[in-house]
Design a protein around this ligand. Structure first.
Ligand SMILES: Cc1cc2nc3c(=O)[nH]c(=O)nc-3n(C[C@H](O)[C@H](O)[C@H](O)COP(=O)(O)O)c2cc1C
Length: 206
């Protein structure tokens, strides 16, 4: 049973920038369609990077050694499970993030690597934490050009979402938004993001 609301996770380390506004606009589009959406900021959570120990592959429940509930790491402040749990309860999710060096920012990549436990679970034949849902994404890049600007990120997001039970929807890719308030100053791009949220909610009702 999924929560009635959608969830959008903004993953820029820069507070009040383009990814944050994109998350708000996506939520606004959902609300305009009669839905509800909660906005989360990844920088508000402690997400420690994967240490490549393969504990998740050996553990029956595919838990992560860094997760406080394994009891392996005393006084762990890691909140990654909380983020994954919130995402798994949503009606559908969206991820908004900037492009950093042709990929996703380090903090977001840390979360992505921590999803290895879902991959490990799937290898053991365990079902994903939720029934198939949709994963939307909004990627913001400063540059206006570059054929492959989003290619690596889109591929990574597809394989991040899949083992968690999300199939990736066509992403919204925005170029030429660099300064903190560039999206705010672009009514066209802002409308595009809001429409993307509206469409996501309407599609979830079908
Ligand atoms: C470390 C760093 C690396 C970046 N790398 C790229 C890049 O490879 N291509 C690009 O188009 N923009 C790049 N940018 C620009 C950001 O994508 C752009 O400023 C974006 O609007 C930031 O989104 P935000 O406001 O949500 O943080 C980079 C910015 C930073 C700080």
């Amino acid at each position: 049973m999924h929560d009635a609301q959608a969830m959008v996770l903004s993953s820029s380390p820069r507070s009040g920038g383009n990814s944050d506004l994109a998350a708000e606009l996506f939520a606004r589009g959902i609300e305009r369609a009669g839905g509800q959406c909660r906005v989360l900021h990844l920088r508000d959570f402690v997400v420690r990077p994967c240490i490549g120990c393969h504990f998740c592959a050996r553990d029956e429940q595919s838990r992560c050694i860094l997760s406080p509930d394994t009891g392996k790491e005393k006084d762990s402040d890691d909140q990654t499970d909380e983020v994954f749990s919130l995402l798994s309860q949503a009606r559908f999710i969206a991820l908004s993030a900037p492009i950093y060096f042709y990929h996703l920012p380090a903090g977001f990549k840390a979360l992505i690597d921590r999803a290895q436990r879902f991959y490990a679970a799937r290898e053991k034949g365990v079902a994903p934490p939720r029934k198939a849902g949709t994963g939307y994404s909004i990627l913001v890049a400063g540059r206006t050009r570059g054929e492959q600007l989003f290619a690596g990120s889109v591929l990574t997001l597809k394989y991040f979402l899949e083992p968690q039970g999300f199939s990736m929807a066509e992403p919204l890719l925005l170029r030429g938004l660099d300064a903190q308030s560039d999206l705010k100053q672009s009514p066209e791009a802002s409308a595009q993001v809001e429409e993307y949220g509206h469409m996501a909610w309407v599609s979830s009702l079908r």
